[in-house]
Design a protein around this ligand. Structure first.
Ligand SMILES: *Cc1c(COP(=O)(O)O)cnc(C)c1O
Ligand SMILES: [Zn+2]
Length: 367
């Protein structure tokens, strides 16, 4: 049986549609009596659902067949012949063109199974797009809270799926607060990629795919961090593989943030337990501009435990990296160029097998 468990006070709750945080305010994690990582149970599905048997809370996810849009099983390729150890995971090859589909497919499958008929999400763009698409497929009403400066292309995507866009003037944190107030008022499902731990059962498949494609764990994962949903998913996935002795080493996680909004990099450097909120000074990497990530403690701990580090990249470096990727044939959204910019700065590159995700497609950015 799977339960929600508070990361602060350890109180447990049944999985219910309107439960999204602990009474003490703490974040919820998933607690399951047994986990099942053995590959034997993985199926031949060409999607994230190949790994359904390894998802915690899978008893709430059996209805995935009517929700899936074919997300997952993205290519892992050499970026350049001359650097065979540097691999890119083309995770924008997804139904809504970003990696968020991994988590959104799982979250909306859960909502459907809990009998939800309306849900609310908040997003800087891509998570809202993904939740809107899967909600449309599931026949669930969807409100997406976004800030006034969200990329028009992302808004067009959300609107096309029939979701209601609720625009909030203010910071990304103000947008989240508005969504949470509405969730409390309307008593509906909060399809939050940050708060709902089922989202990470989806992003975990990023790790499982890399493991299957390589036949082992890479030495190093470069991962962009805003709220840390890809980072934590990858961490949990590889950790489970390690505990099941499917792999011998835990990949080092190198987390990338934009210099103009880098609360986690600052916390890591200062040996702090969690972030101190920063002011977002404005960055072209809109998708990771999170001034106060809710799961900061878990993210910083994960990076420390893997003996990884943080790298920050400047606005120029991001823009240049995007052009360099396009020159190699990969057109990514501006946010997604931080990953390659971080790679260029990462000094140890030569002797390690490194995986860089390309998280979002180029046409999502305004220019
Ligand atoms: C969401 C997103 C990120 C950052 O993911 P977090 O979960 O916020 O850390 C990075 N790049 C793209 C393209 C995204 O959509
Ligand atoms: Zn609690």
């Amino acid at each position: 049986m799977t339960l929600y468990s508070c990361s602060e006070c350890k109180k447990v709750y049944p999985i219910e549609a309107t439960r999204w945080k602990c009474e003490c305010g703490g974040l919820l994690n998933l607690l399951q009596s047994e986990s099942d990582i053995t590959q034997n149970n993985w199926t031949s599905q060409r999607s994230i659902w190949r790994y359904a048997s390894s998802m915690t809370g899978r008893e709430y996810l059996s209805g995935w067949r009517s929700i899936t849009l074919g997300e997952g099983q993205t290519p892992l390729l050499e970026l350049d012949e001359s650097e065979p150890n540097t691999l890119i995971k083309v995770d924008f090859m997804m139904p809504t063109l970003s990696f968020k589909d991994r988590g959104a497919a799982v979250l909306v499958t859960l909502a459907k199974q809990l009998g939800v008929n309306k849900l609310i999400a908040d997003s800087s763009g891509n998570a809202g797009t993904a939740i809107a698409a899967y909600s449309a497929r599931a026949g669930i009403d969807c409100d997406v809270y976004v800030s006034t400066d969200t990329s028009p292309n992302k808004l067009a995507q959300i609107r096309a799926h029939g979701a209601n866009i609720k625009t909030v003037r203010g910071t990304r944190e103000d947008v989240a607060t508005a969504a949470q107030n509405a969730v409390e008022e309307e008593q509906v499902f909060y399809a939050s990629h940050v708060y709902n731990p089922f989202f990470y059962e989806g992003t975990k498949t990023y790790a499982f795919e890399i493991y299957e494609q390589l036949g082992k764990a890479p030495d190093t994962l470069l991962i962009p961090v805003g709220n840390g949903t890809l980072l934590l998913g990858a961490y949990y996935g590889f950790k489970e593989l390690l505990e099941a002795k499917e792999i011998e080493n835990m990949p080092k996680i190198i987390a990338i943030q934009a210099e103009k909004c880098a609360p986690l990099a600052k916390a890591f450097e200062g040996q702090d337990l969690k972030e101190t909120p920063v002011v977002n000074e404005g960055t072209v990497a809109e998708g990771i501009a999170i001034a106060s990530p809710a799961r900061s403690k878990q993210i910083v701990e994960a990076v420390r435990e893997t003996e990884g580090m943080f790298i920050t990249v400047s606005e120029n470096e991001i823009v240049e990296a995007r052009a360099m990727l396009a020159a190699k044939g990969f057109y990514v959204e501006i946010t997604s160029a931080v990953n390659y910019a971080g790679y260029i700065k990462y000094a140890n590159a030569k002797d390690e097998v490194i995986v860089i995700p390309l998280c979002g497609a180029g046409i999502k950015s305004p220019t």
